[in-house]
Design a protein around this ligand. Structure first.
Ligand code: PNS
Length: 160
């Protein structure tokens, strides 16, 4: 049976930190769905469609990665696509409490879906989409933090 995992998140936008987790996850699982939470109550910078396009472009060389979006509960979506694993990245101790809550709730909702954490590469331990957006907004150098296509998309958003 093929092992299918879902790597969920907001990805607003995808960073090299996310890409590191996705590519390492794709070495372990047969199929990895990178799935964007479509949450109408959040105000993202990029639309779901824009985020899908950016992730598709930067993961195009990883053949076992699929890009998708979902709404509702993650465990329900995972079941729908036949995934029995969730992949998340862990950067620092500060992530731990939130991630533990997330994982415990997901296990409470569906104990058949296991969550796997991948420690972020040290060089990306400070990186988040929010901090990248803030730096990009003030024209700071983000070239080592996001792929070139994401850098261009951020520059376009903040141009006017
Ligand atoms: O990148 P993020 O914003 O930290 O990702 C959070 C995400 C999307 C993984 C989480 O908010 C989520 O799974 N939301 C879906 C709703 C859900 O299943 N909630 C119950 C578990 S807390």
């Amino acid at each position: 049976m093929a092992s299918i995992a879902v790597c969920p998140g907001s990805f607003d936008p995808i960073t090299f930190g996310h890409l590191d987790i996705i590519s390492r996850g794709a070495k372990v699982f047969d199929q990895v769905y990178v799935s964007i939470l479509n949450n109408s109550s959040k105000k993202p910078l990029f639309t779901v469609e824009e985020r899908i396009q950016l992730i598709r472009e930067v993961t195009k060389d990883i053949p076992n990665v699929k890009v998708d979006s979902f709404h509702g509960l993650l465990v329900d979506y995972a079941k729908e696509i036949g995934a029995n694993a969730i992949i998340r990245g862990l950067r620092a101790v500060s992530d731990f409490e939130y991630e533990m809550q997330l994982t415990s709730m997901n296990r409470f909702l569906n104990h058949e879906i296991e969550t796997f954490y991948i420690m972020t590469n040290n060089q990306y331990s400070f990186l988040s989409s929010s901090i990248v957006k803030e730096v990009a907004q003030y024209s700071g150098n983000i070239s080592e933090l996001v792929p070139p296509i994401v850098e261009q998309a951020l520059q376009a958003k903040f141009k006017s």
